[in-house]
Each structure stands twice: as structure tokens, then as C-alpha cells.
Design a protein around this ligand. Structure first.
Ligand SMILES: N[C@@H](CCOP(=O)(O)O)C(=O)O
Length: 424
């Protein structure tokens, strides 16, 4: 394994682990895949599906050879993450206008978000280097995931969360797993800059997605999708875009699968941002070469409250290699799409629903054809943000196409029953 700077191309070896190159660019991990044969890999990954309670039962470590082959098994910190469901529903088909629409529910991960796929690898790497103190800045999913794995590794976690516009549920989850949580004035972007400057002095191992091991782990999401679908991917894969680690890992995973001959066609990728936090979409749609940070990002999909996504260059690479596109959607579109995902029995946090909202939009503009097959990645669990559920179902939200109101009345159970019999 080697580290290559995505800006200047400088190579460094795995013994000199840093998050950045000396030029300031982010690092990418490059493996030697020459030695692998596609059929042997398929066979190995299939055999491991019958593992139980071993690291290889994990939907991440099943693919260890493609993620972190050098890691000794006794350093693996796992909660058997991955192995999440792939679903479709008639409601989603009707809502998007597509005949074939799948969702991959990373929301079913142990801490309730896709971050677990990357976090198991980052914390395992940190452990292998002897770290006992882990850190991140977060809108709440990264922090919950880190806090959970750090506790399993018998280590400490120090988490920095913005003091507003994030979900309290996620902060409470983080605290409950045992993290020391610091609430600060500023955004995720300020937190990243702080950690980039000070984590080394503080002896902290950073678990945000500027850490390339996070990206290696998150690649497993598309590996798993490909394996479930017998190594034939849909024509489109859609992801929400905040810090852009999801889009980065997707592009890298697709590149691996294609290079190894595990798939023979690249799907197209669409990255969906929330209108109030869409610096990447603006850059792409205006054909600019540099991202202009947004100092005050705001969306109700709080996981996407990011104005200066650190991985934008890596995500741009994903777009280039997949003939990908970007789009932004309003909070209203996100919440209506979320209601449909929830009503389908799948459920998700608001950020995830940006995908379905994006698809609906792209289908109506005929960018995605109704006959094409589409899959989107759901990032977080329905209970990650209960304030939004209250707002949508009990509040003043009026434009919901699936408004699912709770019957509020002072009726006795008997009179409710009589009412129901009458309506039958
Ligand atoms: N929504 C994320 C923010 C991005 O975090 P990172 O792990 O990609 O650095 C969160 O849950 O914090």
C-alpha cells in the first residue's frame, strides 16, 4: 500500500502516516491489485458470506484484500458492519417515475449510518499504530460512529460538534457511547480546520474523511452492492453530497471493481446537494475549477450542513470517471421524498432522502430515462433526527404529498373502535 498526494502526486510509504502531503493536498491510498484474479476474488467473497462472528462476517472486512490487506487480524475493530439491505418499493417507483429503483440502506449499520463502513477501518488503523485517543468534528453521524468504535477498541474519543443546526439525537448517541463532546461556535468546516492544525500536538488520531482509511472502508458499500447484484450494477448510482466522502469512496470503489474486472461497465454517478449547502454543485454547474466555500451553509438535512467539503477534488474525480452529474434540491423536496422512503417501511434521515428527491427531479428533466435502472445510497437511520419527524408530521408542514398525520383526539379506545367499524 502507498499514499499518493492527489495534488502534487508525491508518493509516501505507509510507515509515514499523515493526513496531508507536505504540499497540503489530501492523500489517496493505492494498492497493488496486479496479483488478484477476478474469479478467485468472487469465490473468496462468496465463501465469506457464511462467516459468523469473525471479522470476515463484516460487510467491510469481507473485502479486506481490497481495503487494507496489510492489517493484522487482531487489530480489526469491528461490529460486523455492512451487510445492509437493498430494497425497492412501489411507492418509490411511483414517486420517481422509474421502473427500477433500489435503495441501499446504510442506515441499518450498527451506529445507524454509512460512516461505520469507514470508521471500522480508520479506528483499526489507529489502533494498529498504538493510538488510544481518537477525534473528529461532526454534524453527528461521524461522531456517533467514532464514539462506538473507540469504546469497542477500549480507547477514548474526543468529539467537536457545532453548537447549532445539528441533530440532538446524534449528539446524545455520541455521548452515550462514551465520547467527550465539545460543542463549539462555528461549522463542521471550522472544526476540520481546527483538527488539521492541532490534532498532532494533542496526540489525537483524526477519524474524519480527510483520513484516507475512512475512504478505503467506505468503498465496501459499492463492493457489497455489486456482489448482491451478481456483479452487474444499475445504470445510475445516486448519493447525497455534504463532506463528499460518500461520492469519493463510491468513485474509488467503482474504479477498483472495474480495474479488477469484477464489473465490466461503469455506472453513472449523480451527487445531490441541498440547495442551502451546495458549493460543489455550484462549482460544477458553473464549470469552475475551484470550489468557493459557503461560510453559512444551512439546510434542514443537518448532515449536509457543510460549506467547504474537504474531499471536493476527490469527488470531482468520481464525476469525471463516471460521466457523473450534480444537482441541488430544496429542503421541501428532501422532506417530501423522505416521507415516501419512510412510508415504504425503509426509513431514513433527511440527508439520505436528497437522493430520491434528486432522482425525481432528474427524471422529470429527462436526464435520467424512465427505463434506466437507478440505485441510491441511504446514509442514516430514521431515528437519527426525531425533531424533523415532529416538524413534518405534527407541525405546520403543508406541502407533504404523503402527510401521515397522527389522529389526535380525546376519544376512548371503545369509541375509536366503533368509528373504525363504521368506516369499514
Ligand atoms: N455529516 C458528516 C459530516 C462529514 O464528516 P466526515 O466524516 O466526512 O468528515 C458527519 O456525520 O459528521
Amino acid at each position: 500500500m502507498k499514499f499518493i498526494c492527489i495534488d502534487c502526486g508525491k508518493e509516501s510509504s505507509s510507515s509515514e502516516f499523515e493526513y496531508h502531503c507536505t504540499c497540503g493536498g489530501l492523500l489517496d491510498i493505492v494498492h497493488d491489485f496486479q496479483r488478484y484474479d477476478a474469479d478467485l476474488l468472487k469465490h473468496l467473497f462468496k465463501e465469506r458470506l457464511s462467516e459468523r462472528m469473525t471479522p470476515y462476517a463484516s460487510g467491510v472486512w469481507r473485502y479486506k484484500e481490497l481495503i487494507f490487506p496489510e492489517l493484522p487480524d487482531n487489530c480489526i475493530v469491528t461490529k460486523y458492519e455492512g451487510n445492509t439491505g437493498l430494497y425497492t418499493s412501489e411507492l418509490l417507483q411511483n414517486y420517481t417515475g422509474l421502473k427500477q429503483v433500489f435503495v441501499k440502506a446504510q442506515s441499518e449499520n450498527p451506529s445507524g449510518s454509512f460512516k461505520d463502513n469507514g470508521m471500522t477501518v480508520a479506528v483499526s488503523h489507529g489502533k494498529s499504530l498504538g493510538y488510544k485517543k481518537f477525534t473528529c468534528t461532526s454534524t453527528g453521524n461521524t461522531s456517533s460512529s467514532l464514539a462506538m468504535y473507540a469504546s469497542i477498541a477500549n480507547a477514548d474519543s474526543y468529539v467537536f460538534v457545532p453548537d447549532k443546526d445539528i441533530s440532538l439525537n446524534k449528539v446524545l448517541q455520541t455521548v452515550s457511547y462514551g465520547a467527550k463532546v465539545f460543542s463549539f461556535v462555528g461549522t463542521y468546516d471550522d472544526g476540520i480546520q481546527f483538527l488539521e492544525k492541532h490534532s498532532n500536538d494533542l496526540g489525537l488520531y483524526v477519524c474524519n474523511s480527510i483520513n484516507p482509511f475512512r475512504i478505503e472502508g467506505q468503498k465496501s458499500i459499492i463492493y457489497e452492492i455489486a456482489q448482491y447484484l451478481n456483479w452487474e450494477l444499475p445504470e445510475w448510482i445516486i448519493v447525497p453530497g455534504g463532506a463528499l466522502s460518500n461520492a469519493t469512496a463510491l468513485g474509488k470503489g467503482l474504479h477498483d471493481l472495474f480495474t479488477l474486472g469484477l464489473i465490466n461497465k461503469m455506472p453513472r454517478v449523480a451527487i445531490v446537494q441541498a440547495e442551502g449547502a451546495s458549493p460543489f454543485h455550484k462549482m460544477v454547474s458553473q464549470e469552475k475549477r475551484e470550489l468557493t466555500p459557503e461560510p453559512f451553509p444551512y439546510t434542514r438535512a443537518s448532515a449536509l450542513n457543510i460549506g467547504n467539503p474537504p474531499s471536493w477534488k476527490k469527488a470531482l474525480h468520481t464525476l469525471i470517471q463516471t460521466r457523473g452529474i450534480t444537482i441541488s434540491v430544496t429542503d421541501e423536496e428532501i422532506l417530501d421524498a423522505k416521507a415516501v422512503i419512510d412510508r415504504s417501511g425503509i426509513g431514513c434521515e433527511p440527508a439520505s432522502a436528497a437522493t430520491i428527491a434528486g432522482i425525481r427531479n432528474l427524471v422529470s428533466k429527462q436526464v435520467i430515462d424512465k427505463e434506466e435502472s437507478v440505485l441510491c445510497i441511504l446514509t442514516g437511520n430514521i431515528l437519527k433526527d426525531t425533531d424533523i419527524l415532529k416538524y413534518y408530521h405534527l407541525g405546520e408542514h403543508t406541502c407533504a404529498s404523503f402527510k401521515n398525520t397522527i389522529q389526535h383526539s380525546r376519544l376512548t379506545l371503545n369509541s375509536i373502535r366503533e368509528n373504525m367499524i363504521e368506516k369499514k
